[in-house]
Ligand binder design. Sequence first.
Ligand code: FE
Length: 171
Amino acid sequence: MLAAASAPALAQGAKPPACTPGRVTPAQTEGPFYSARAPLKANFRGDAKGEPLVLEGVVLGPDCRPVAGAWLDFWHADAQGAYDNSGYRLRGHQFADADGRYRLETIVPALYPGRARHIHVKLRAPKGDRVLTTQVYFPDDPGNARDGLYRPELVARRTPGALAFDFVLGG
Ligand code: FE
């Protein structure tokens, strides 16, 4: 059942989720620009102009099994490098589907001083009370090497038409 449901995603050229049991996605600082209570929104394209970007993947548990219904709350800078700190442009939460899959349709965030290009996210399992706060980085971004927060484990992989990143939540 699960394998059948996953097959179409793999057929699109995505690699199977990279997951080693017990190796959870590292946490990162939320930074100064998190806003709680962002709306349910998986498509940010109407929020700001910019180069279209899809970030998608799977939320997995520490046993590498999909976490159906996981909460994901994304926020990032616009194409000028600014965050919306008074409203919810480029901010929104969504829930992973029954196979743990999520998909964010957005725009490419700009670089801003001192940082590599990145997307912030908080995640939580449906019955969990522990929130993972982290950041996803872009492959081949020259800013990565200059950013002290950058970690190679947090780089998305490039797939046809999208960036992909699979999160592994702790227990
Ligand atoms: Fe940031």
